[in-house]
Ligand binder design. Structure first.
Ligand SMILES: [Zn+2]
Length: 206
């Protein structure tokens, strides 16, 4: 997809919720746009028990048939780990398990090479980048931190700008155009991401 500056952008969805199939797919199809969906392999066709933030509110994840439907429509499938646990506190072996096991399951189920990994809770580090590339992926997609804002990008890292329900058409436009207001959007995203860490804390205490 091209933006007004003639730059290519990619639309991605983490977690693989059913609403991607029900709402995002029909809208994007109207504009002939395909996207990437990052799947949590333990939760294919199940509800989101991993998300402590949402309390009693449960959402369904895409099932295999719905993922295949998107795939046939030209969408790309990526990995969002096996279990959606934060990988920052994990040992190297645990991270490699999350990377390789989810890749194998997705490649087996959907007969497609899985090239990209999006870590749960979004933030990336050089350690995660190295392990992702070593596990056979082409790249890791994470949050657009201040480091990337300053263009200090390492190969294999694909920074993303999140779109939240609090966003407006104007704020999405600022993100797409990467204009002088981008700093404000990156700051907002970092604050929202910091708050989402409550899920990691609650899950640790469980
Ligand atoms: Zn997620």
């Amino acid at each position: 997809m091209k933006n007004p500056d003639n730059k290519t952008i990619a639309i991605t969805f983490d977690d693989g919720y059913k609403d991607v199939y029900e709402f995002a797919f029909p809208v994007l199809s109207q504009y002939n746009i395909s996207a990437t969906v990052f799947i949590i392999t333990d939760y294919i066709g199940k509800r989101n028990d991993w998300d402590a933030n949402l309390g009693w509110i449960h959402y369904e994840h895409l099932n295999e048939d719905e993922i295949r439907f998107l795939q046939k429509a030209g969408w790309e499938i990526g990995s969002h780990s096996v279990s959606h646990k934060s990988i920052h506190g994990m040992t190297e072996n645990e991270i490699i398990y999350q990377l390789t096991c989810s890749k194998e399951i997705l490649e087996d189920k959907f007969a497609q090479r899985i090239d990209f990994f999006a870590p749960p809770f979004g933030s990336i580090s050089n350690r995660i980048r190295t392990l992702t590339l070593r596990s056979g992926y082409k790249g890791v997609c994470g949050f657009y931190s201040f480091k990337y804002y300053k263009n200090q990008l390492l190969p294999g890292i694909i920074p993303r700008l999140a779109v939240y329900r609090t966003d407006t058409i104007e704020s999405v436009r600022r993100k797409l155009l990467r204009d002088s207001n981008l700093f404000k959007e990156v700051l907002k995203q970092n604050i929202i991401n910091f708050c989402s860490n409550a899920t990691i804390i609650v899950n640790t205490l469980r």
